[in-house]
Design a protein around this ligand. Sequence first.
Ligand code: AMP
Length: 320
Amino acid sequence: MDGSPPLTRREKNRKGGPVVRPYDPTENDMKLVHTIPDLRSTISTLPRPLGLVPTMGFLHEGHLALVRRARAECAAVGVSIFVNPAQFGPQEDLARYPRDLDRDLRLLEGSAVDVVWAPVAAEVYPPDYQTYVSVEEVAQPLEGAVRPGHFRGVATIVAKLFNAFTPERAYFGQKDAQQAAVIRQMARDLNFPLEIVVCPTVREIDGLAMSSRNIYLLPEERRAAIVLYRALRAAQTAYTNGQRSAEDLRGAMRDYLAAEPRAQTEYVSVADPDTLKELDRVDRNALFSMAVRIGKTRLIDNFVLRDGIWLTGVIFGKVE
Ligand code: AMP
């Protein structure tokens, strides 16, 4: 004995080399950090590979599915919780966006996360902040067209997260399909040495895609919100029945949405899943997506057709 404290399980693993630590629910040494120096020094103690799950908090099963995937594939897992002001427009819901850090931390402790970074806005964007990341073409249509500046904010915060965490892998949800495409492009263009992993959309039992914003929905609106999933299913059925005209497939979604009086369609799209350019015909690959207002709440959803296979997400608690 040299008088130093006993090694933690994590330190033992480090000494033994890059061992992927098995999930151990009894181990609970999740670190909560707020500043970038604290984050960096915590990360320097973690085994590799490190998986990063960026979030805006108010966590649900969609986020936790990303954490579980990272846990399964990486030796250490970091989560960021930050409602990023730079990605909200002036008329958007930044001030009322739901926040509950205590609840989030309890959920993450149960998922064997190693480090949570929950900075205040001034840590991320100090008063003299001047640098933004702007991805071009892939950020322009769809969400980019109706939310000007949104992806500039997203790309900027994600680039900062990549620099701060230096992860080997970063996990994102298919639910935000364009966001995943924008980040993939940014990571490639800026040579971030990491892998972007896109995970299936997790849905409520009736098909509604889980979202922190679902909490805004009044009971009647919640019932109406299932129309997004059903409209996507309608397009999928039309495709399965042989419809290949992208405009007719968009029409199938529009018609379905129009039948729900509480739904106001912002856009429906059938686009190339990588470039996000609208298609004329659908063959093997397409992103079917939409943004719809239900009352005051703006919801988005999508299905992806890739190599003839439909990626529609998973219903929570059910094997589809
Ligand atoms: P947010 O906190 O909404 O910014 O989301 C953080 C991450 O979780 C993003 O990569 C989202 O795409 C992902 N995510 C959000 N909702 C879901 C969902 N229902 N299923 C899968 N991933 C999701």
